[in-house]
Design a protein around this ligand. Sequence first.
Ligand code: PSU
Ligand code: MN
Length: 308
Amino acid sequence: MSGVVDTSGEVADALAAGRPLVALESTLIAHGMPWPQNVETALGLEAEVRALGAVPATVAILDGRLKAGLSREEIERIGNDRDIAKVSRRDLPILIARGGSGATTVAATMIVAALAGIRVFATGGIGGVHRGAQATFDISADLQELARTSVAVVCAGAKSVLDLGPTLEYLETHGVPVIGHRTDRMPAFYSRDSGFGVDVRLDDPGEIARAMKAKWDLGLYGGLVVANPIPERFELPRARIDEATEHALRDADAQGISGKAVTPFLLARINALTEGKSLRSNIELVLNNARLAAQIAVAYAALRPETA
Ligand code: PSU
Ligand code: MN
């Protein structure tokens, strides 16, 4: 544990008692979904985690302080502020120096979770290698973070707007296990199957927890990807999502969208093009990930003592 992170009372108590915790990110609230569904989803994620016996720790940076565990007012503040910064690894020191506020990406949330001593984290989809990265070099800092920070990230795969082949190659190069939960296939966010396989299929949260512990006991620091496919009934037809994705990518190109604006732009555009269907799916897949993360956190907490 570390004094650099402000933990809420509930989170501090759980950490002290060795109770299960699940970190949740805030970029998906601030930049991944429109208001008011974003705030409802953030609160819904916390409720799902609690219902399964773990403590939620939503992560953000507020007034220059790293936070793990937000009040309802703080979640509403992040969800309502249209100008809130999207904060990844490179941005953290600047915001701390300036006393600024921001929503944390997967990368930044992993950093704060690890500093606080939280080992399980649920999100929607991790960032990855963008299509056209050969020319743009647009590779999410989430991948670097998975290579070096010891947190298990439960996600519905990587967003369909990405280039999944190079994303998986990158993870392999950096020694990040990609575990399929009840699947052999790498999910692609709105779809259950990207056309790529995962490294291994593990169906039991206890087994996933043991893999985490084994990795860190060996001193193999870094993350694990737990790929949890979107529930079938919320899956979007592949052709529909591919068409919307291609359309959104063309729009991003035409409007000169680059850097950290790319992912939020594409998500919003795909939502508009699918008449809100992608948002519905996005919400459901994140809730589904929060449930699995809570089960993994409960199993992991039973495997004390921690040595990571
Ligand atoms: N998953 C979602 N919605 C999101 C994101 C993930 O369901 O908005 C965010 C995450 O915070 C992730 C970020 O870390 O997109 C990746 O952004 P970039 O590609 O700029 O690294
Ligand atoms: Mn990027």
